[in-house]
Every structure is written in C-alpha cells, then in structure tokens.
Design a protein around this ligand. Structure first.
Ligand code: XIL
Length: 358
C-alpha cells in the first residue's frame, strides 16, 4: 500500500458525523472565517461542525453601531456560509450588557431613557436583525448574561431602566420577528446552583407570559479542574426538569492558572498578565495536553449520557490561536482551550471526544 492509500484508508470520521444522532456540534467563527479569508479553517468548519455561532459579528455594537446605521455585510456572509454548509445557524446575541452602544440607554442629555424608549429601541433592533434572517437563523441567544452568580438580576442598564420585564420584551420581539426560530436564555457560571435557579425563574416568567423559550444556554467557559462533573450534571438535570433543553453554547477549557477569584466570563472582569500565569508560551507540555484530553473526554461522556436533554454543544472558537481565552481574563497569554491547535490540527482532546461515541 502506498502512503497515500493508507491515509485514505484511515480517513477518520468527523465530529459532525460522530455526533449526528446525539446533538448538534458547533463552533463560533470569527470575521476572517466568515469572509472566507481563513482558508485553512474553511474546510474544517464545513466538515467537522453541524452548527456555527457568530463570535462577535451579530452583537449590537457591531451590527447596529449608530441609531440609523446597520452593518449587515459580514453577518450576511456568515448566514450564507452556514446555509451552504447545511449547518444550524445561531444568532448571538440580541440583548446583552456588553458590546452594546451607549446610545441605546441614554437621551441627548446623557440621562437614562424611559422604559418606553428603551423598548422602542430594542423592538426596532430585534425586528431589524432577527427579521432580516427570518427562517435562516435557527436559534437566537435572545438575552445573554442577565444574572448575577447568586441568581439575582444583574444591575445592567437594561435592568435599571426596565427591571426584569426587559427580558420578557426581548423574547416577545424576537418571537414576533421570527416565529419559527428557537429562543434561548444564555449565561456563564451555570454550574452554580443559585445561578441556574435564576435562569429557571426567567424561563418560568417567560412561560407564564405565554412566550416561547426553547433552551437555557450554559456558556461553558471552564477550567481543567473546575467546575466538577457533578456540578455540571446537576445543572443539566435542573434545566431539563424546568421543561427546556440544555445547550452548551461557548465551550472552552483553559489550561492556564486562573488569576480571577472566581470563574466569571463577564468580559470586563479583567486581570493583569504576568509570567506565572502564562507558563506555556513555547508550547503545551504533553502532560497538560493529556490532562486536557481527559477533561474533554469526561465532559463529553457526561454530555453523551444526557444527550436526550442536550440540543447542541458549541466550542467558542475553531482553533487555539483564535480563542478569546488568549486575552481573557488577562491579555496577551497563550492558552490552549480548544480541540484544534494553531496549525489547525486535531489535538489529543479531539480524538478523546470522538472516542466517547464509539
Ligand atoms: C467574546 C469574544 O470571543 C471576544 O472576541 C470579544 O472580544 C468579547 O466577547 N460570553 C459571551 C461571548 O457570550 O459573546 C463572549 O465572546 C465571551 C463571553
């Protein structure tokens, strides 16, 4: 057999094929990948994933920077790419306290607007963005990160102006804009029991109002040793008992020491970079590579066990070099949180995940 024949004979399966009967498997893609400038990512995204999420380009500040200015060029390419790959296309996100322009919340004198004005702006934004992709974006993170870790409401400007009713309005407008789209509430630290209870309270509030809500998103910005599988499993069960699906929306596993006191993924909770929290600038030692593979294997073992409750598992990025974790919570570090390396090659974690479905 020639080398070439051997390579063909051993051609591996893909995540997309392997998880076909379990749940959607996705990746968040960046602007270069949406534009087709990242030629190595292009076939990998198409072959390996059955769903895509937009890492930044559908966020309010990017797509609607000024009251009368929408920038749809990149988002249009993103949605078209997902269609040509026959992927389930995710919208992220309509209402979030980060990456949203200041003008949304203030009047000409810089004072907070009334809730009527805020709702008018939200309605126009959601109708325009979700309406534009009606029937093409399959599911929306309607509201992102509205909760504190203890399950109370985050004191965002949305909340200051309108109380928790802003969530109800966001789901109402999203459903009106695209009645067939799935609608999600999404947050980080969802392994925390109190926070999940807060998300269930939101789901129940929406249901009381007769509104559509399909799933609670657990972002899944996790670490090698935390959260525990037990914590994740409890949350999966709690969400499922609330009568909605679980979607894992932003999975990545940092291998670096965490400089935060907690496990926040709030993008303004930043820390200082220093050599002791950036140990792998010259490559990842094999022992850590193996630890990461084992961690992914255990987590996917749990996901497989609960595949009847899980609709989708999405990685937050395609390959390590793209990951936001290189700049969060400290800027300029070298992290290895994904399953493809900087040369777009599958890591041990990739094969470990595939093994869980054998
Ligand atoms: C991150 C992106 O990955 C970064 O490129 C950007 O600079 C900041 O936002 N939770 C979310 C995502 O819901 O939208 C965030 O994405 C990561 C945390």
């Amino acid at each position: 057999m020639s080398v070439c024949t051997v390579a063909v004979a051993q051609k591996k399966t893909t995540l997309r094929k392997a998880f076909k009967k379990s749940f959607l498997i996705g990746a968040a893609i960046n602007i270069r990948q949406m534009n087709g400038q990242d030629s190595l990512a292009k076939p990998l995204i198409a072959n390996e994933f059955s769903s895509i999420s937009p890492e930044n380009d559908l966020k309010w500040a990017v797509i609607h920077p000024q009251p009368n200015e929408y920038k749809f060029e990149t988002a249009d390419k993103y949605v078209a790419l997902g269609e040509s790959n026959k992927q389930f296309v995710i919208g992220h996100t309509l209402v979030w306290h980060s990456q949203v322009p200041n003008w949304v919340f203030v009047d000409d004198s810089k004072a907070l607007v009334t809730k009527e004005v805020l709702y008018q702006r939200m309605k126009e934004h959601i109708e325009t963005v979700a309406g534009r992709y009606k029937g093409r974006i399959g599911g929306w993170d309607v509201v992102n990160e509205a909760l504190n870790d203890d399950g109370t409401m985050r004191n965002s400007r949305y909340y200051q102006i309108a109380g928790d009713e802003f969530i109800v309005k966001a789901f109402e407008y999203a459903h009106a804009a695209d009645p067939k789209a799935e609608l999600y509430y999404n947050d980080y630290n969802m392994y925390m029991p109190e926070k999940v209870k807060g998300a269930v309270r939101i789901v129940n509030l929406l249901k009381e109002k007769g509104l559509r809500v399909d799933a609670i998103g657990m972002q899944g910005h996790w670490h090698l040793n935390r959260p525990s599988l037990e914590e994740i499993e409890k949350s999966i069960l709690t969400i499922s008992k609330a009568g909605v699906k679980v979607v894992i929306t932003e999975l990545d596993i940092s291998v670096l020491p965490n400089p935060q006191r907690n496990t926040s993924a709030n993008i303004t909770d930043v820390a200082q970079n220093s050599a002791d929290i950036n140990p792998y600038t010259n490559g990842l030692p094999d022992s850590v590579q193996v630890a990461l593979a084992n961690r992914y294997k255990a987590i996917f073992g749990l996901f497989n066990k609960h595949k009847d409750k899980i609709g989708r598992v999405t990685f937050w990025g395609v390959q390590d070099g793209n990951s936001w974790k290189n700049n969060f919570p400290a800027r300029g570090r070298t992290d290895y949180p994904l399953i493809f390396d900087r040369a777009y090659q599958p890591k041990k974690a990739y094969y470990a995940i595939l093994e869980t479905v054998k």
